[in-house]
Design a protein around this ligand. Structure first.
Ligand code: G3P
Ligand code: MG
Length: 249
């Protein structure tokens, strides 16, 4: 049933190691993981960093809004201690660290563009997509790349300058209707990333009939994953990619 279905390791292996860290990414190599998802945004001075939240507080030893803080103030921050003392000393990965990691491991990458906050958001977003195009061009062509975002403007900016990649638009249930297809098409998205909660077979059928691929976030239960796969979804994001893919022999 799982043949041709994609398991995306969501932010790495966030139940085993701190999310979006090199320690967590490296641990993926112990499992039969082929794809992982991670998040990129910009600091105030235009450094591209790998972090999920708009704010540093939850997953680092620093505080403040990422897009309103200079990189110098977060380059030495600890991104592992909040999770467990075992991971003390993990650093905030940069886009260069991510490029190096995928070139080393050849794991396929779903890069989510996080919305950029603060008064200079539009300028930072324009700079982010230009930098990202250049950084992604350094990735080995054997690595598959899927670029996604909840932010349709950011996704469209990226698609406009880098149409060579595959794009996915992310929706929460309350942002899906009525105009999901207009938004997907305006971003050049051929894949739709749907929220698991309250997702029905009818919704999946309708979106697939119109020719889009579907990946669902975030699915941690095996029964629900099987149900979604039986309904025809192409992939799931999960915090338990270790469980869903199994240990490498
Ligand atoms: O990209 C799938 C999923 O990561 C979207 O939600 O909040 O975990 O980035 P979030
Ligand atoms: Mg994400």
């Amino acid at each position: 049933m799982r043949a041709n279905k994609t398991i995306f390791a969501h932010r790495g292996l966030p139940l085993l190691a701190p999310e979006n860290t090199l320690a967590g990414f490296n641990l993926m190599q112990d499992y039969n993981i082929e794809w992982f998802e991670t998040d990129v945004t910009s600091t105030r001075d235009g450094k591209l960093v790998i972090i999920h939240d708009d704010f540093l507080e939850r997953t680092t030893s620093s505080a403040g809004e990422v897009s309103r803080t200079d990189y110098d103030l977060m380059k030495d921050t600890d991104t592992g201690s909040w999770f467990s003392p075992e991971f003390e000393g993990q650093k905030l990965p940069t886009i260069d660290d991510l490029v190096e990691f995928v070139n080393k491991t050849k794991l396929n990458l779903n890069l989510e563009l996080k919305g950029i906050t603060g008064p200079h958001g539009n300028d930072l977003a324009n700079d982010l997509v230009i930098q990202l195009k250049e950084k992604l061009s350094q990735i080995d062509p054997s690595v598959k790349i899927l670029i996604s975002s909840f932010n349709s403007i950011l996704l469209a900016k990226m698609h406009n300058i880098a149409p060579e990649y595959e794009y996915a638009i992310l929706f929460e249930q309350h942002t899906l209707y009525p105009d999901w297809q207009l938004i997907a098409d305006a971003c050049g998205a051929t894949t739709v990333h749907l929220e698991n909660d309250r997702l029905t077979r009818e919704m999946i059928d309708e979106i697939q009939k119109r020719g889009y691929k579907i990946n669902v976030w975030t699915v941690n239960e095996a029964d629900r994953a099987n149900e979604l796969f039986n309904w025809g979804v192409d992939g799931i994001f999960t915090d338990r990619a270790d469980y869903f893919t199994g240990k490498r022999k």
